[in-house]
Design a binder for this molecule. Structure first.
Ligand code: OAD
Length: 243
């Protein structure tokens, strides 16, 4: 019996990751019982209006998230994706909604469609800086005098690198979404864009909101499922998953 690991490298693969991929590294997801959005109003900390009203609150929120991410380490899911990327090269495109740097720490390059936690951007000159500092008490300034904001895509703002992402989606023959609730656009519609033309697999403990478009769902935690799915250990996923 053929296993996915035997045939995956013959495909052009698009992997979309969400907060669930970093959950086992200790970074909280957004929705659900103990999600970040349970205690914070999205409009206060993740919108241009929130920034206009109370930029200090926004820096407190992202400093708290930087603090959590500073001590986080990649888990087996990040390493499994990095290993696959190493084998497949430019036939694998990794796109993440996550703003942490755990894919990079594991050795993979991912397109960060929602920005990056360890970068800040000047409102005035638009320069983007590497920034691992915490700015809990005052708003940092750029050399040009402009205010620095987190390099994060807030609700109502334009997703980063969308043209490049659409090109990769249109070329893929296998689409795999991992650990994302399938609610937030435009990522939630990626699967419907490729469905019917590419195989579509969802990996995660719960069904996503857009589950209708997935050919197969593999229930479980990313840190357990992905090493088995992408590894050479011929664990439990027959290639008939793609039939
Ligand atoms: P959500 O918090 O909406 O969903 C996380 C998903 O991960 C859920 O479906 C969980 O079932 C799943 N999950 C939890 N633990 C898991 C594990 N160990 N392995 C695999 N899956 C697991 O997070 P996202 O869908 O990523 O945007 O959220 C999308 C966007 O909404 C975020 O990028 C963020 C947020 O608002 C912005 O801030 C712009």
């Amino acid at each position: 019996m053929k296993h996915i690991a035997d045939i995956i490298e013959n495909h052009r693969v698009f992997i979309l990751t969400g907060a669930g991929v970093s959950a086992e590294s200790g970074i909280p997801t957004f929705r659900g019982f103990s999600g970040l959005w349970c205690n914070q109003r999205i409009e206060d900390v993740a919108s241009p209006e929130g920034w206009r009203k109370n930029p200090q609150l926004i820096w407190e929120f992202y400093s708290m998230r930087r603090k959590t991410a500073l001590s986080a380490k990649p888990n087996p899911a990040h390493f499994a994706i990095a290993g696959l990327l190493h084998r497949m090269g430019d036939r694998l495109f990794v796109c993440t909604q996550n703003v942490d740097d755990l894919h990079e720490q594991a050795g993979a390059h991912a397109v960060h469609m929602h920005g990056e936690l360890f970068k800040s951007r000047c409102e005035k000159c638009r320069r983007v800086f590497e920034d691992r500092e915490l700015h809990e008490y005052e708003i940092p300034l750029c050399d040009c005098g402009g205010r620095l904001r987190p390099h994060i895509v807030w609700f109502g703002e334009k997703t980063l690198e969308l043209d490049k992402i659409h090109r990769a989606l249109d070329q893929c023959t296998l689409f795999i979404a991992v650990g994302t609730s399938g609610i937030v656009e435009p990522a939630a519609s990626f699967v419907s864009r490729v469905a019917g033309r590419a195989w579509t697999i969802y990996v995660g403990p719960d069904d996503p909101a857009n589950d209708y478009y997935f050919t197969r769902k593999i229930a479980g935690k990313a840190g357990k499922v992905l090493p088995a799915l992408f590894g050479r250990s011929r664990l439990p996923f027959p290639a008939s998953c793609l039939e």
